[in-house]
Design a protein around this ligand. Structure first.
Ligand SMILES: [Zn+2]
Length: 93
């Protein structure tokens, strides 16, 4: 059920919004393209989906995006000096 092949020029002449070459786009989609900018329709919808996800994620808190992992126990704020001591193998009294 692929659309019939129509060049950008003839689609433009017919006043259509999309044309179809039958050849894959840069990302391998075989889909209609916009007459206005030559962009692949599939790529465009993918971009829109990604933009939508970014926007919906914007309202979420960090807690929702990265929920705490049960296998990791929160041991309080990391102290840089303590971490350095541990790396060097030095134990403080
Ligand atoms: Zn594409």
């Amino acid at each position: 059920m692929s659309p019939k092949i129509i060049s950008q020029q003839s689609a433009y002449n017919d006043g259509l919004k999309f044309f179809f070459t039958g050849s894959p786009c840069a990302r391998g989609h075989i889909a209609e393209r916009y007459v206005s900018n030559g962009k692949c329709r599939e790529c465009d919808s993918e971009n829109n989906r990604r933009r939508y996800q970014r926007q919906t994620n914007r309202g979420k808190s960090l807690f929702e995006l990265w929920p705490p992992r049960p296998d990791r126990v929160w041991r309080g704020p990391v102290c840089r000096s303590l971490a350095r001591v541990r790396v060097n193998g030095v134990t403080l009294a």
